[in-house]
Design a protein around this ligand. Structure first.
Ligand code: SF4
Length: 470
């Protein structure tokens, strides 16, 4: 048994990262089959992508995917630790599974992802949810088949959470939902240690994948018919810094753009590492999409300092303006936290001012969530929750106003859309995303799916556009 240790997870040493190429295969012995599984994923794209890896392993073990949790023999909760809300949802889900377990003791429950890396979570599960069969963390996902074998064949429970800096596991398999779009991990972990964030503790130190492994993966995806990739990392702009003397994100973007892939995106960018060369790479490569997600978190320099974000409001605005002026038709989105401990009315006003200046295409807004073990969790907070909720409402009004304004600017224009699905709202429509990552609903049939088409924008809403095939 290995339980998490947050103190240990914080440690960063000079230990060289190991690149492991031969730990992902599944022996015939492990291809047990005869069971169904259901994966419930919470949180960010990194978790979604991990779930694609888990799904591939489950299918290779000859298990079948169930339609819902209630009909599955094996339930896997891939959890998120970034906010209390996601945390509470997982415990609510465990309550639901408990009822099922009482009626069917054969149901196997696994909990993984970032919450599994938290000491208090594992402690609580060991005390109150003893029936959970497997807990594993973010560093040893590839070991799930062996753990499941132990539960099914040997009736053992497994808790295997490693609080380590981490390695790079190569040759992972992914079972993707979307045939035309794929995530490609370019790095793991984070060394920024923003004071509110648990990720550097749950995902280990920053480890870049080798450029040739990334390019090989992209070429394989192209052969599989993938049209769009999103290069994924907690802070992609820092790509390569831990691995190469003179090769960074801008070089990787240029190299990936030389492949035949039609569309390249990347998330997430920390403003601190965003270089001029990167802006040039986005501006000069036709297949790098004009879309940048650039989390600002606050418009107050005092709060930014307390968050440990390493840039000022002025530096952020300078970068924002540079990207806007050099990348044609670029969309810029952001993340904002309101109610960081002791955020004053003036601090909040500074955030609103920044939003009014930048007029973001979209923003993901959140109330600060205290994460145990982070430096910010030790600050005594005097701001009532009600005030924070009111601030969030005001902020969202500003954000929505600019989202609609930006969308309206596209009315009457023709844009390129990668059609990826039947529209959720109307089965007679399909939907897809523009180069600037805006959702468009288009009248048309399933034959358009998987194609990049010219679409005339006829109407705009806050969260989506309506379009007609040209
Ligand atoms: S850059 Fe900051 S917010 Fe982003 S994952 Fe790293 S520590 Fe968390």
């Amino acid at each position: 048994m290995n339980v998490p240790n947050l103190k240990q997870a914080r440690i960063r040493t000079n230990k060289e990262v190991e690149f492991k190429y031969d730990v992902t295969g599944i022996d015939d012995k492990l291809k047990i089959g005869n069971k169904t599984f259901f994966i419930k994923t919470y949180g960010c794209q990194m978790n979604e992508h991990d779930s694609e890896n888990i799904r591939a392993m489950m299918l290779e073990m000859n298990f079948k995917e169930a339609k819902d949790m209630d009909s599955a023999d094996i339930i896997i909760l891939n959890t998120c630790a970034i906010r209390e809300n996601a945390h509470n949802k997982v415990f609510g889900m465990l309550g639901r599974i408990k009822h099922r377990k009482e009626m069917d003791s054969g149901v196997i429950t696994c909990l993984c992802g970032c919450m599994a890396q938290e000491e208090n979570v594992v402690e609580e599960i060991r005390n109150k949810y003893k029936w959970v069969d497997i807990i594993f963390g973010t560093h040893n996902i590839h070991e799930l088949p062996k753990m499941l074998y132990d539960v099914i064949k040997n009736n053992e429970k497994r808790i295997e959470v490693l609080s380590i800096e981490g390695d790079v596991i190569e040759n992972m398999h992914y079972a993707r939902d979307n045939k035309y779009k794929a995530w490609v991990n370019i790095m793991y972990g984070c060394d920024k240690f923003c004071t509110y964030c648990i990720v550097p503790y749950t995902r280990g130190k920053q480890r870049s994948r080798k450029k040739e492994d990334i390019i090989n993966e992209v070429n394989d995806l192209i052969k599989d018919g993938v049209l769009e990739i999103t290069l994924l990392g907690q802070n992609v702009n820092a790509y390569g810094k831990d691995l190469y003397d003179d090769y960074g994100m801008e070089d990787l973007l240029l190299d990936v753009s030389k492949t035949e892939i039609k569309r390249i995106r990347f998330v997430t960018s920390h403003p601190w590492d965003f270089t001029d060369k990167m802006i040039d790479a986005i501006a000069s490569c036709d297949n790098v999409m004009p879309f940048v997600h650039l989390p600002v978190q606050s418009g107050s320099n005092d709060i930014l300092k307390k968050m440990g974000r390493r840039y000022t409001k002025e530096e952020y605005i300078e970068l924002f303006n540079k990207i806007k002026s050099r990348v044609k038709d670029v969309s810029i989105t952001t993340d904002i936290i309101v109610g960081f401990p002791n955020e004053s009315d003036e601090d909040f006003k500074a955030t609103l001012d920044l939003v009014d200046y930048c007029k973001f295409d979209l923003a993901y807004t959140f109330i600060y969530s205290k994460r145990e073990g982070t430096p910010a969790s030790l600050i005594k907070d005097e701001i009532p929750l009600k005030v924070k909720q009111e601030r969030l409402e005001v902020l969202n009004e500003h954000i929505n106003k600019y989202a609609l304004e930006n969308n309206k600017k596209l009315i009457g224009k023709t844009v390129k859309v990668l059609v990826e699905n039947i529209s959720e709202k109307d089965p007679n429509q399909v939907c897809g995303y523009t180069e600037g990552q805006k959702l468009v609903n288009i009248s048309g049939g399933a034959d358009l799916i998987g194609k990049i088409v010219d679409v005339y924008i006829s109407d705009a809403k806050t969260w989506s556009l309506d379009g007609i095939i040209k």
